[in-house]
Design a protein. Structure first.
Length: 153
């Protein structure tokens, strides 16, 4: 648990509490199933519940880390035009954009360490905050990543 905590920039007690909540909500299967994710429940929550449980919170123009449609994998499919992109506020960020508060304050740190996690978090932000087309593409990409052998096209 301490390795996961360090990778995510969380304390071990935060990780322990999160795992207990995931078990209670049935998003993580129990020890008898080696604590594997309940992929169908997770997909349902991400696609249909996430934007209500974790609504997007915008801030001012700031420097930060691109997210949502401004980050991979969506940035190759969606052009942003002249508008400023959504960014996680981050003093060392290299992109000027509109602040979009991350799901958790250390998400940018963890995302910059792990490109796969970064893509998942950017897709989640597109579902939380995107327009209909962005959300639909993000949903498709999340499903593809959660169920690689069984994705909807």
């Amino acid at each position: 648990m301490s390795i996961v905590a360090a990778d995510l920039g969380l304390s071990p007690s935060e990780v322990h509490g999160a795992i207990k909540r995931l078990h209670r909500s049935r998003l993580l299967l129990g020890p008898e199933m080696q604590d594997k994710p309940n992929v169908l429940a997770l997909e349902e929550f991400l696609v249909h519940g996430l934007k209500y449980a974790f609504p997007a919170d915008h801030g001012e123009v700031t420097r930060g880390v691109p997210t949502s449609y401004a980050a991979a994998p969506l940035k190759i499919e969606i052009s942003r035009g002249d508008e400023l992109p959504p960014v996680w506020p981050w003093p060392d960020g290299d992109t000027r954009g509109i602040a979009l508060e991350p799901l958790y304050k250390t998400a940018p740190i963890a995302a910059l360490r792990d490109p796969v996690l970064y893509e998942f978090l950017a897709l989640v932000d597109a579902i939380r905050d995107g327009r209909a087309r962005e959300r639909k593409i993000a949903e498709r990409e999340l499903i593809k990543r959660l169920r690689p052998g069984n994705a909807k096209a």
